[in-house]
Design a binder for this molecule. Structure first.
Ligand code: IMP
Length: 208
């Protein structure tokens, strides 16, 4: 069975893809010799996902799925956006505490998580799939809309999950993994690529 390598060093993302792509055999970057970090200098999530997918496909020889994601906050002119991982040095907690600081006394708390997925190393085919083929990659984007909380809550998930609340007022970090996947930016971006994986890898047998 062909493997799809997930182009990330983030164990949380890999776990999420294992749940979101049942039936696809996923490989992790730890199964390959180390590679130079990819310079993520594109202006948007799609561009960075494409850069990572192409680099990892060429390094491993396998079809490669890369995810570039982040948090866009309306009152901060969509920051931190593509800089979400580099918004502050240190840990995820350091980054979300900095964001809460910037949002102090800010009444507009609207925000969204964005996720762009690019898959390199699969053929382009003529199809009516709902996703696009660009620069040698299948590309899909998903969003999850919510609000920035006043304080962190919850211990599940990762990244900015403890300060991002969804419809029922719970933060993403208070949801179960299955609840997060049903509404998350990553879950939304994954749905349209399942058909592509099913037909081009010929191995998909799960459901979502
Ligand atoms: P990337 O690894 O360059 O895509 O950076 C993603 C940034 O957005 C990191 O700071 C992550 O912690 C954050 N991020 C991405 N996806 C999620 C998520 O599902 N929940 C919370 N934070 C996320």
């Amino acid at each position: 069975m062909k493997k799809l390598v997930v182009a990330t060093g983030n164990a949380h993302k890999l776990d999420e893809y294992r749940a979101l792509l049942p039936g696809i055999q996923l490989a992790s970057m730890s199964e390959f010799p180390p590679m130079e970090p990819v310079e993520e200098d594109a202006p948007d999530f799609i561009g960075n996902a494409i850069l990572k997918a192409l680099a990892v496909h060429s390094h491993t020889g396998l079809a490669a799925l890369a995810d570039d994601s982040g948090l866009e906050v309306e009152a901060l002119n969509q920051r931190p956006g593509v800089f979400s991982a580099r918004y502050a040095a240190g840990t995820d907690r350091d980054r979300y505490l900095k964001l809460l600081g910037e949002m102090e006394n800010q009444p507009n708390r609207l925000a969204r998580f964005a996720c762009a997925i690019a898959i390199a190393g699969l053929p382009e085919k003529n199809s009516d799939d709902s996703i696009i083929y660009r620069d040698g990659c299948w590309v899909s984007v998903g969003y999850c809309y919510g609000q920035i909380t006043e304080e962190p809550n919850g211990t599940n998930g990762f990244g900015y999950d403890p300060i991002f609340s969804v419809n029922d007022g719970r933060t993403m970090a208070q949801l179960t993994a299955a609840e997060k996947h049903a509404i998350s930016h990553r879950g939304q971006a994954t749905k349209p690529i399942i058909n592509v994986l099913r037909s081009l890898m010929g191995v998909y047998s799960g459901s979502i």
